[in-house]
Design a protein around this ligand. Structure first.
Ligand code: AMP
Length: 466
């Protein structure tokens, strides 16, 4: 199929051309070019696309067009996090701004049931929600799915990681069997293939770019530092950077710690993690969006679904536990064709994990890590290291997506800090086993991500392989 070069190539309902002009979408993005005609034809679609590629509009536009043409009745969109559900709600609000008769409502945890029940009573054409609260509303009889002709599962891989498979299955069981189903996923592991097989009917596969690669326009830096130096390094880097920043940490506890650190250093900071109320979470994102706060400190709960074009930098204060989350985190910059920058602070305990993340993206291990490893294993380590002076207190830097590696191997200083860092990492982690994923399923407390997290905690060193 020849991809469409213009929105006018699709048979979209006429009011949508005006709305596209209004919001400034001139040409379809690749995922839109491929998915829109298939969805208009009524096909089931299994799509993988890089983050920030316009995939929300890729399903919202054709589904909305079918609603306007009277071909679709009602649409259920399931998303893993409240932030993503709200983000989809915002896209829908924009795209229905000229057709106010088409209603949408967002059904997520952390907010009062009553307002949602009222909204559901109006039978909105689009219902967008997170699995737990959707299922609650279904089971209480406020959301009846017999009339829903389309199901969209967005970020399906994330839903599986969060242990939502039972809820997803339960929701699907309430939907009519002749529905159209669309599954969007940033990655395509075998669990997703299995899910697609059970939820979709003869799906057409849409694949845009490599699913393990972040968008090209992101310059990815790394600084090798140490546990005790990490806070100082972060502050120094933040002082140096202009523009809006998201700082990712591994736990709620560490999010609080970093937010306090930056706030005491005089920065406008907001924070986001699973222990914050929905109101606080929405306010934090609103502050970042309207630039009343320059920095958001967050757990991986913010790794997907936040679409704020002016975010210029993503800093990984801690590396993500799941390698793929690195892609999602840094995908918060360089939205819709813009440029972005990411910076990862890597301490000795994380070097192997960093090497795996790097390999996932570049296809090979970072040179400087191999050199560090070699230096560590070498019997003449001491003599060799003495010749190599650490730069910037043991910090090494690598620039750019093209892999201009940091020059010089590991220093003795760097290697010697291993045990003290392990101690300080353990100290930092004390009592901080919080789960970033707020929409925790009730019947599966130990999901994959949690298991990995506790494994991570237990071993202190990152896990090996996937
Ligand atoms: P998404 O991948 O859905 O999160 O979208 C990423 C960003 O791309 C959002 O800011 C959208 O508003 C924007 N966007 C989506 N489609 C287009 C388009 N065809 N032209 C310009 N911007 C777009």
């Amino acid at each position: 199929m020849k991809p469409a070069a213009n929105f006018s190539d699709f048979q979209l309902s006429p009011p949508l051309s005006d709305v596209l002009k209004k919001i400034g979408y001139k040409t379809p993005t690749p995922v839109q070019a491929q998915a829109i005609p298939l969805i208009l034809e009524g096909k089931d679609v299994l799509a993988t696309a890089q983050t920030g590629t316009g995939k929300t509009a890729a399903f919202v536009l054709p589904l909305l067009s079918k609603i306007l043409a009277g071909e679709n009745k009602r649409i259920l969109i399931v998303a893993p996090t409240r932030e993503l559900a709200e983000q989809i709600g915002r896209v829908l609000e924009e795209l229905t701004s000229l057709t106010p008769s088409v209603k949408a409502c967002v059904i997520i945890g952390g907010l009062a049931y009553q307002n949602q029940i009222r909204a559901l009573r109006e039978n909105p054409a689009f219902v967008i929600g997170t699995p737990g609260r959707l299922l609650d509303q279904i089971e209480m009889g406020h959301l009846k799915l017999q009339e829903f002709t389309t199901l969209v599962m967005d970020e399906a891989d994330r839903m599986l990681d969060m242990g939502f498979e039972p809820q997803m299955k339960a929701i699907v069981a309430h939907l009519p069997s002749g529905r159209q189903s669309l599954l969007f996923s940033a990655t395509f592991p075998s669990a997703i293939q299995r899910l697609a097989h059970s939820f979709l009917s003869q799906p057409v596969r849409v694949e845009i770019g490599a699913t393990t690669k972040p968008v090209e326009a992101i310059v990815q830096d790394v600084i090798y530092t140490t546990g005790p130096e990490k806070d100082k390094t972060l502050i120094k880097q933040i002082d140096r950077l202009a523009g809006s920043i998201i700082v990712f940490t591994r736990t709620k506890f560490r999010t609080e710690h970093v937010a306090k650190l930056l706030s005491e250093a005089g920065h406008e900071v907001v924070r986001l993690h699973g222990d914050r109320t929905q109101n606080q979470r929405s306010k934090a994102i609103a502050a970042l969006r309207d630039e009343s706060a320059r920095i958001l400190v967050a757990t991986d709960i913010a790794a997907r679904g936040i679409d704020i074009p002016h975010i210029q930098h993503v800093i990984n204060y801690d590396l993500p536990i799941e390698e793929e989350d690195y892609i999602h985190r840094i995908g918060r910059t360089a939205r819709a064709g813009g440029k972005g920058h990411s910076l990862s602070l890597v301490i000795p305990e994380e070097v192997k994990h960093w090497a795996r993340i790097y390999k996932m993206i570049h296809g090979h291990y970072p040179e400087e890590v191999l050199k560090m490893q070699k230096a560590k294993n070498s019997p003449t380590r001491t003599g060799q290291s003495q010749k190599e002076k650490p730069s910037a207190k043991g910090a090494k830097r690598e620039h750019g997506k093209k892999g201009k590696h940091a020059k010089g191997p590991a220093t003795q200083k760097w290697l010697k800090t291993d045990s003290s860092n392990a101690k300080s990492a353990r100290k930092n982690k004390g009592g901080s086993a919080g789960n970033a994923n707020e929409e925790r399923p009730l019947d599966k407390p130990q999901n994959r991500a949690e298991r990995r997290k506790s494994q991570f905690k237990k071993n202190s060193a990152p896990r090996r392989g996937r």
